[in-house]
Design a protein around this ligand. Structure first.
Ligand code: G6P
Length: 592
């Protein structure tokens, strides 16, 4: 996890890196640090907390031309100034920051301790610093070659960035993302993502695993970590507009992104790559099993997608959760296909499964929002969400893009794409109208009424159960309310034990075939004195609160997520939670 950023150029490097880290904070925001170079001397400042809350005046006055920085999501070692990166070598000749996990660090730490190294932090990153120092001294290597050698000993996914006191920046990549950027002003940037420098950078190189970038006085050079050979840099134009990263008139990115959904649903339809769908169809026709996979909300999208594939396209589709897919590794077959919805395209749990998929020569299709991501690049069928930057850590608009894309895919396979596109476009219009109705006010009032609830139950069936799961995720991560999602039919098997007067349950009640099943559960809760918040296209006498959603064919379930996203938002607002950066949550989880 974490974000790394480096800069060499004529601007105030501290400020540039600080700005970059602010945009990378979605990757972690428990502490941060920046090292600048002035007169061949490295100065590092570190702070606990998010960047905005902790900038010191003195730090802003430094006018270095070179700097590196890091925003942290703690893995090894608690949240403290001491554990914040960058970490310095014992002679302060270089500093280093890491995004990822050095899995075998204890073994190496022991070795280095026996050689006399003393560690001042609890991090695995400081062990990398000492390892490089040790190799550099004992093998009499340059810092670059020592970094290469040390990197070969690191197990796990990790990308490191180093600032040398001679003014050179090195960065080495394995697993965690790294992008090099430049512009006409001959400024050079290194970052965990291209979005963080998209306002000033015009050209990028996406660094591959086991490549080392060196940026010195003569610009950047690329090397193969294994053999040290120089590689050519293949620049490509950066196509993200920096100006899109603003809250506009909204108080929070989360609300802005919720409100963008009529537009992003439209984009999912209008920018559908039908040529690639055609090729994907051939691959699906050859496969015995189609898997879908994701983590967190993307895992819910994967489950919803598998339902659409089974129901609409009559395909044997199985959904997997990123961190729980190991037992399938031996079952993947060469003709199988795995479909990956992912905002970042960098989620470590998913990437690990994809390595097993690749090893079996099975195919990968992905639907990614972040351009140039690892998952896109290893996919045979790399679809893009084109939903624009999603800045709030809790994902909202990307979830609906993913759901609509799966719905379109299932219909394409079923030969009903045109009708499905029409339904999706109508859904976008209905959603716009819904946002302009009194729905938001009603949800805000409901949030006020249930502000002190500590537990909420959510239930539904089929697609609506998946939406209940997504609502649960939002309520937990943004509003910090304990929520529990269940299939309505399971209520009687265990959750019913918790139902008593004053317990609140959110019922996601479809119209059509599945309605009576969910209403059964509603009745069982009402009989025991529970309170029902019904989300449905049609009211029912047993609902204590009713939030009406528009009816939109197979996409009605997707519309049911809107009240849940908004409820989580308003509850978080009223409970004074850090909405766009929820406690302990990172947007892009690049560690296992
Ligand atoms: C994190 C985020 C979630 C996201 C999940 C998968 O847990 O907090 O919002 O759904 O990662 O991320 P991805 O980038 O693969 O969609």
């Amino acid at each position: 996890m974490c974000g790394i950023f480096g800069y060499i150029g004529n601007n105030d490097a501290f400020k540039v890196v600080l700005g970059g880290l602010t945009r990378l904070e979605y990757r972690g925001y428990d502490s941060w640090g920046i090292s600048t170079l002035i007169n061949q001397s490295i100065n590092t400042i570190k702070s606990v907390g998010s960047i905005g809350s902790s900038i010191t005046d003195g730090a802003g006055k430094q006018k270095a031309k070179v700097a590196i920085g890091h925003t942290r999501w703690a893995t090894h070692g608690g949240v403290s100034k001491n554990n914040a990166h960058p970490h310095a070598s014992t002679d302060n000749s270089f500093v280093l920051a890491q995004n990822g996990i050095f899995e075998n660090f204890l073994e190496v730490k022991k070795e280095l301790s026996e050689k006399g190294f003393k560690f001042i932090s609890e991090t695995d990153t400081e062990v990398i610093v000492c390892l490089i120092e040790d190799i550099k001294k004992n093998k009499n290597l340059s810092l670059k070659d020592a970094a290469r050698e040390a990197f070969k000993r690191l197990e796990g996914r990790n990308t490191i960035i180093i600032l040398d006191k001679n003014g050179t920046i090195y960065a080495v990549k394995n697993g965690s993302p790294l992008v090099l950027g430049t512009n006409d002003a001959h400024e050079y940037y290194l970052s965990s993502d291209a979005l963080s420098f998209s306002d000033t950078v015009s050209k990028i190189v996406v660094i591959e695993n086991f490549q080392l970038v060196e940026i010195g006085g003569n610009g950047p050079k690329l090397f193969d970590v294994q053999n040290g050979k120089q590689l050519s840099l293949s620049w490509q134009n950066l196509e993200i507009a920096g100006g899109e990263i603003s809250k506009g008139n909204f108080e929070h990115f989360m609300l802005k992104e919720i409100r963008e959904q009529p537009e992003t649903i439209k984009i999912a339809v209008q920018m559908l790559d039908e040529d690639m769908l055609g090729k994907l169809k051939k691959s699906i026709n050859k496969s015995t099993t189609v898997y879908t996979i994701g983590s967190g909300t993307a895992g819910v999208a994967a489950a919803l997608g598998a339902i659409y594939l089974r129901k609409i396209a009559k395909i044997n589709a199985i959904s997997l959760i990123g961190a729980e897919a190991n037992e399938y590794y031996n079952l993947f077959k060469p003709d199988d296909l795995i479909i990956v919805p992912s905002q970042s395209g960098e989620t470590a749990d998913v990437l690990e499964t994809l390595e097993a998929v690749k090893a079996k020569n099975a195919k990968i299709a992905s639907f990614i929002n972040m351009p140039g991501s690892t998952i896109s690049r290893i996919s045979q069928f790399p679809f893009m969400a084109n939903a624009g930057p999603e800045i709030a850590v809790a994902t909202t608009k990307i979830f609906t893009s993913q759901a609509v894309w799966f719905y379109l895919l299932a219909n394409f396979l079923n030969g009903t794409l045109e009708q499905a596109k029409e339904i999706a476009l109508k859904t976008s219009g209905k959603l716009e109208d819904w946002f302009n109705s009194d729905a938001l006010g009603k949800i805000e009032n409901l949030a006020e009424e249930i502000i002190n609830e500590e537990d909420l139950y959510l239930f539904g069936k089929s697609e609506y159960y998946q939406i209940a799961r997504e609502g649960m995720i939002k309520l937990i991560e943004v509003a910090n309310i304990h929520a529990h999602a269940l299939p309505s039919g399971d209520l009687k098997h265990y959750v019913i034990a918790m139902i008593q007067p004053k317990v609140h349950a959110i019922a996601l009640v479809p119209d059509g075939d599945l309605r009576s099943d969910v209403l059964n559960a509603v009745g069982q809760i009402k009989t025991r004195g529970g309170t029902i918040i019904g989300i449905s296209p049609a009211s029912h006498s047993e609902f204590d609160y009713f939030i009406e959603i528009p009816k939109s064919g197979d996409l009605t379930a997707v519309l049911a997520v809107m009240p849940l996203q908004l409820l989580a938002y308003y509850l978080a607002l009223k409970r004074k939670k850090p909405i766009d950066k929820p406690r302990n949550i990172a947007k892009s989880v690049t560690v296992k």
